[in-house]
Design a protein around this ligand. Sequence first.
Ligand code: AMP
Length: 192
Amino acid sequence: MSKRIVLLGPPGCGKGTQSKLLVEKNQFIQLSTGDLLRAATNNIQSKVGQKIKTIMGEGKLVPDNYVIDIIINKVSELKNRNIIFDGFPRNIEQAIFLDDSLKDVSMKLDYVIFFKIDYEVLENRIKKRIEESNVAEQRSDDNLETLSNRINTYKKSTLPIVEFYKDKGILFEIDGMEEIENVYENILKIIQ
Ligand code: AMP
């Protein structure tokens, strides 16, 4: 049976790293709205593309209609696959939208994995990510000023989703400060 999981947590909590492991070892498909938005805006000079880039550079949320457009086609293409939603949903409206669109194609979310992590740890991780990446792969929003905006956006818009999924009985917390391998094992215990 295919599984659909959401990885939920602040920027730098390890969602991307864990997604990669689940893709490599467990036949998941990763749907990262951040990656999809970066890919969609990288080569376009249109006003809309520029506007989205600016919003991302400020660490704010891109308006729901753009994000939803980008993700909706993918979901229906991947009907019988294991899917990880990485960075989506990021607010209650998106969470409701995801529920409704999965229902429309007779699918549902199985697990929401919530990464608990101290905010000070995030700053150090992002600093490390900046140091270790080469210029070509550096993200324009990986800087300490944008990080603090991204964390504020997360607290204000994304954290309320935790209660939404708790009420549905599909929220599972994990300690995002453990070693990568342990976090991965803990995720497997939840989803297997
Ligand atoms: P990420 O790669 O997940 O850290 O996302 C990078 C940036 O893309 C975020 O700071 C937002 O500006 C934008 N973004 C990604 N996913 C979403 C989403 N679900 N809703 C709105 N904006 C998003």
